[in-house]
Design a protein around this ligand. Structure first.
Ligand SMILES: Cc1ncc(COP(=O)(O)O)c(C=O)c1O
Length: 375
């Protein structure tokens, strides 16, 4: 039986041809024309003024931390419902992470909880230096609300948009309005460069510093001269060629993922106890992953039962992100909220959502889940 993956790469455009062009030009290096083209194309698509192509999304966020001077003992608050790559860069810098709960109406960072926590921290003279909010499963966080709070308390705001290329918030691209946003192009993202990331910002000085730190912090001399420590984080020209081809198809991919989500919702969402990720008004989620929750008190089987049966049937279904405040590595770390993100983890599922998934494959997924829900 052919395995159905959660989110397999979907190479359906000019990627091969563009990689061949990159080979023909002999720019088989972390420099070359495909990198500038990919950066320019992403700028045009997202509306950001500066874009820096990097090896990973994690590297992009690490550069954000470096450029903004996050250091030992600084507070950095992130969404608890996220992937480790959105948190670890702050910890690399010696910062102390704290985690913020999800909101019932969006599943992204709860801005009421955030407002309360900032007010309390302000009174204690213990404000964080930065907030990193995750755009979850293809959906933007409440950019305006978080931005307003960050301005009120003079806290830097970064958007972890790794999962949200193509997401729209009130007419603008996800992350736009934050100090900087990061994207990921790893193998399971809406577009993949086989591995890669991007730093987006409207602040030219910030972009220049990030670019400098991404190339070993080299001073402008022919010999190699360094006054600071940098990193080797630039994307390769070959990866960028794949990215250029992938980006040409982005709107098709968004449409396909949204239609996959809508089909799941219409065929599974009528069961009592089954709910799908809500999309707040004024937003366009890409539905990078289709996510649903299953209340075992109201349904005939739990999310665990669904995962187990799907696995037997060669269908990759996973729980939603395990909240960071429940990760053993972050034992005793501060958490703000009542724990909705824990409930989402305990009852939530990520369903196969790849834009290359065929209709009959989705039928197989739905029929397998129905065996549990109708048991
Ligand atoms: C929310 C989030 N943040 C950060 C990352 C890290 O991106 P990368 O895997 O490109 O380092 C990912 C994806 O893996 C992610 O989903």
């Amino acid at each position: 039986m052919e395995r159905i993956f959660l989110s397999a790469p979907d190479i359906s455009g000019r990627e091969r041809q563009l990689v061949e062009e990159a080979f023909d030009s002999n720019y088989v290096a972390p420099a070359g024309p495909m990198i500038s083209k990919f950066e320019n194309d992403i700028k045009a698509y997202t509306g950001f003024e500066n874009a820096i192509a990097l090896t990973t999304g994690t590297a992009a966020l690490h550069l954000c931390m470096i450029v903004s001077g996050i250091g030992k003992g600084d507070g950095v608050w992130t969404s608890s419902a996220t992937f480790m790559g959105g948190v670890a860069p702050a910890v690399y810098m010696g910062a102390i992470p704290s985690f913020v709960d999800s909101d019932i109406s969006s599943w992204t960072m709860d801005t009421n909880v955030l407002a309360e926590a900032l007010e309390t921290a302000n009174k204690k003279n213990n404000l964080p230096k930065a907030i990193v909010s995750t755009d979850l499963y293809g959906q933007s966080c409440d950019l305006d609300a978080i931005d307003a709070l960050c301005q009120q308390y003079d806290v830097m705001f970064f958007s972890d948009s790794a999962e949200a290329l193509g997401a729209i918030y009130k007419g603008r691209h996800a992350g736009k309005g934050s100090k900087a946003a990061v994207l990921s192009f790893n193998g399971n993202k809406i577009i993949s460069t086989s591995g890669g990331g991007m730093l987006l910002t409207d602040d030219k000085e910030f972009a220049d510093r990030a670019s400098y730190f991404s190339t070993q912090a080299r001073q402008p001399f022919l010999h190699y001269e360094h006054t600071e420590l940098g990193y080797n984080y630039r994307m390769s020209n070959i990866s960028a060629a794949i990215g250029v081809g992938q980006l040409e198809m982005i709107e098709d991919k968004v449409e396909r993922r949204r239609s996959i989500f809508n089909r799941y919702k219409s065929e599974l969402g009528q069961f009592e106890g089954v709910d799908f990720m809500p999309e707040p008004e004024g937003q366009r989620s890409t539905n990078w992953l289709s996510c649903m929750t299953v209340d075992p008190n109201k349904t005939k089987g739990s999310s665990g039962d669904i995962i187990e049966l799907c696995n037997q049937e060669q269908i990759e279904v996973r729980p939603m992100w395990k909240p960071m405040h429940l990760q053993p590595v972050f034992d005793n770390t501060e958490f703000f909220g009542s724990g909705l993100c824990k409930t989402l983890f305990e009852t939530g599922l990520c369903l196969p959502s790849g834009s290359g998934m065929a209709d009959d494959q989705q039928t197989r997924v739905i029929e397998t889940i129905l065996r549990v829900l109708k048991a």
